[in-house]
Write a protein that binds this ligand. Structure first.
Ligand code: ADP
Ligand code: MG
Length: 533
């Protein structure tokens, strides 16, 4: 604020010099009306005094503390000087009374509105008194005898009203100007603060941030970006973003959407780093693309952790699987061992020997079955796709199932599969799936019941449903029945559904189950039509 006032005071001094020089100097140089001045010598002295005052003002300017008082002092002095000049140049007949108006303007502009009125009042009083005194011939200034009382009154009235008018106008203007200037300054400082805030924000964000122009040349590269990439801001500046991040697809004016990529960069000090980068175009207010913004994080540690966890999970699964296999194999091995040990003792009777041999062979078969099933699960042969009628496979399966149930089982099997359904799949594997589902259904109905099988085309998929009226599956087991070795049966291996599930996955299909304990189970197999049948 003080700086502005200082500037104004300096301007006031300079303008005054110019004014004195131009206006009064020219009178002397050109000798215009010089002779008509009643006191030419005194006028010359006044001008010299004003010049000297200006020099004093200039010297004081650097030393003064209150520019406000200083400026007030100057305008008061100006009013005094003008009135002296008016006095010297004929009072009511002087040409110079208009300078008082300029002084009022100066007061408004340099100081404030109020100062304008103060100076207008001061000028009015001095001028009024002077003209009055002149009228009453108390001052030694002559005037044209043709001027009467009215002329004097009118002259004073015109001067006073113009002085106040000018004070009002210039005060209004200067206060408007001040307000606008203040508002502008505020906006300016707001803007500065905002941009500072932006910069600080961008710098302190832990993610790497860069922006580019429309050609993809880097403009902003924050601190985190430097840390993650190991590239300094100076080196990154004006280089193509696609050079620093070769895996990013965005190029000059490329696609408009947001791109998320993961890639590896080489950090010059610390080897390679995996980063996760999101690039989005940025637009100006008119919606025209002006460049790109990229935000990226260093996910090297995260990736390592993820891989560690995956590895651990894998080993945990392998461990569980191994424990389950061992458990499954140990039971038949134990009875096999028992049977052979008894056979070694010669004491057993002949028919008992046959029985023991029978058990031993059975257990060996069972071992073989477990291992075959397990291999089918863990190392399945690759699917061989061919075109066939899904319903014919279902027919074969149901035929096989019917042979395993005797009449006394009290089980009926019904089917709803008339139309041929041509599919492109692995026939043998599909057969395996249906057989496993069918066997499970029969095994779930020890006291008899009904198995109904249906197949249909549902949109672009094939749907096969096995529905039984057996024991059902308790809620807590629903999740587990597809795990290898999960079984609730003494003779079960727990591999049937696991194998079926894998086969369906291999065909990009889905298998769902719905069941109420005691209310049977519904297994639904959905296989998408791969369009090759
Ligand atoms: P397994 O038949 O050798 O037990 P599966 O993987 O075929 O192994 O089945 C796993 C388990 O899922 C079965 O032990 C049984 O508890 C349950 N389950 C499968 N199908 C049915 C069904 N239709 N009704 C009731 N429970 C079933
Ligand atoms: Mg089974």
């Amino acid at each position: 604020m003080n700086d502005i006032l200082l500037k104004k005071v300096k301007a006031l001094i300079s303008i005054r010099v110019v004014f004195i020089t131009l206006l009064l100097g020219s009178f002397f140089v050109l000798q215009v009306g010089y002779r008509s001045f009643p006191y030419p010598r005194a006028t010359a002295n006044l001008i010299v005094a004003l010049y000297s005052l200006t020099i004093i003002y200039s010297l004081l300017t650097e030393r003064i503390k209150s520019y406000f008082t200083f400026a007030y002092f100057q305008v008061f002095m100006d009013v005094a000087a003008v009135n002296v000049l008016v006095y010297l140049t004929g009072g009511i007949e002087s040409w110079f009374s208009f300078i008082m108006l300029l002084t009022v303007m100066a007061a408004s502009a340099v100081l404030n509105r109020k100062a304008g009125y103060v100076i207008a009042t001061f000028s009015s009083i001095i001028y009024g008194v002077m003209i009055d005194l002149q009228y009453y011939k108390l001052l030694p200034i002559k005037y044209d005898p043709a001027l009467n009382e009215k002329d004097f009154l009118y002259n004073i009235f015109v001067h006073i009203s113009s002085l106040y008018m000018v004070a009002f106008l210039s005060g209004y203007l200067s206060s408007r100007l001040e307000k606008t200037t203040m508002a502008l300054e505020q906006t300016d400082s707001d803007l500065k603060e905002l941009s500072l805030f932006n910069r600080e924000l961008i710098e302190s964000i832990p993610s790497g941030i860069f922006t580019t122009d429309i050609e993809g040349n880097i403009l902003i590269f924050n601190k985190a970006a430097e840390d993650i990439t190991g590239i300094t801001r100076e080196n990154a500046f004006n280089r193509k973003a696609t050079v620093l991040f070769p895996f990013m697809a965005h190029d000059t004016g490329g696609s408009a959407g947001i791109e998320r990529v993961e890639g590896v960069i080489t950090h010059n000090r610390e080897g390679s780093r995996t980063i996760n980068l999101t690039v989005s175009p940025h637009m100006d207010v008119a919606g025209i693309k002006t460049g790109f913004t990229g935000i990226f994080q260093d996910i090297t540690t995260l990736k390592k952790m993820e891989a560690d966890i995956k590895r651990k999970e894998k080993w945990a699964a392998v461990g569980e699987l191994s424990a389950n296999i061992a458990h499954e194999i140990r039971n038949p091995l134990a009875s096999l061992k028992g049977a052979i040990e008894m056979l070694r003792e010669d004491l057993v009777a002949k028919e008992q020997k046959e029985r023991l041999t029978e058990i031993a062979l059975q257990e060996m078969d069972r071992l073989n079955e477990i291992i075959t099933d397990f291999l089918m699960y863990s190392a399945p042969r690759a699917a061989e796709f061919s075109n066939f009628d899904l319903n014919s496979v279902l027919d074969d399966t149901l035929e096989l199932l019917k042979n395993t149930v005797s009449v006394k089982n009290n089980i009926s099997i019904s089917k709803d599969i008339d139309m041929p359904l041509f599919i492109n799949a692995d026939r043998q594997k599909m057969h395996q799936v249906f057989l496993n589902l069918g066997m499970n259904a029969l095994e779930a109905m020890p006291g008899g019941g009904e198995l109904s099988v249906s197949s249909r085309r549902a949109g672009s998929s094939f749907e096969v449903v096995f529905k039984d009226t057996g024991v059902g599956i308790p809620q807590e087991n629903i999740e587990k029945i597809f795990y290898p070795f999960f079984t609730t049966k003494d003779e079960g291996t727990g591999l049937g559904l696991a194998i079926a599930y894998r086969i369906i996955e291999e065909h990009r299909g889905k298998m769902t189950v719905a069941s109420n304990p005691g209310g049977g189970a519904i297994f639904k197999v959905i296989i998408p039509d791969n369009g090759k049948s």
